[in-house]
Write a protein that binds this ligand. Structure first.
Ligand SMILES: [Zn+2]
Length: 184
């Protein structure tokens, strides 16, 4: 059983295939490496599962893409030997080497998009996020191998052919948490 990571999310449903924010969503020039869970900025993010923080860093930055704001990520190696990347935080409250317990607050969601810089030339999915008011979210990825530096990876998306080594669909992992919450 895992824990749903965003108690304040709009829904506790994993976005289905081809829905905005779904896993491996085709975004034209890029594919989505995780799932997006929409929630207001500064919503708490909880660890889905007990594990160890093995990396913390910058997830998105205006230096990479002008319409992005600066957000951070946390990479956790879980007790079940998976690697969960939680991304698009305003604030991270854990450090590399920390043990985190399931349900522990690890950070607060940030605004990933700067709406005033999104226009008709921005990627379609970015325009849609602005239109829907979905500018803050948890971006969540799961790997069965530790993700290293990936040349084609930027801001939770994969540019080009192939896909990141060891990348998994986070759906089944999170579904476990959803069922826990809804007591199916
Ligand atoms: Zn995302």
């Amino acid at each position: 059983m895992t824990k749903w990571p965003v108690p304040g999310s709009e829904t506790s449903v994993v976005p289905g295939e081809s829905k905005p924010g779904s896993f491996w969503e085709d975004r034209g020039d890029r594919f989505h490496c995780g799932v997006d869970i929409y929630a207001p900025a500064m919503s708490q993010v909880l660890a889905c599962e007990t594990g160890e923080v093995i990396d913390v860093g910058i997830a998105t930055s205006p230096d990479q893409v002008s319409y992005w704001d600066t957000t951070r990520y946390v990479l956790v190696k879980t007790r079940s030997n998976l690697y969960c990347r939680y991304a698009e935080f305003a604030d991270v409250v854990v450090h590399v080497g920390d043990r985190v317990l399931e349900g522990q607050v690890i950070g607060y969601i940030g605004a990933v998009i700067r709406p005033h810089l999104v226009d008709g030339c921005s990627p379609h999915y970015i325009q849609r996020l602005k239109l829907d008011g979905h500018i803050s979210m948890l971006h969540f990825e799961v790997y069965r191998l530790r993700p290293g530096y990936m040349r084609n990876y930027r801001g939770g998306n994969w540019f080009g052919d192939g896909r990141p080594e060891g990348l998994l669909d986070p759906g089944p992992y999170l579904l476990n948490a959803v069922h826990g919450i809804e007591k199916y």
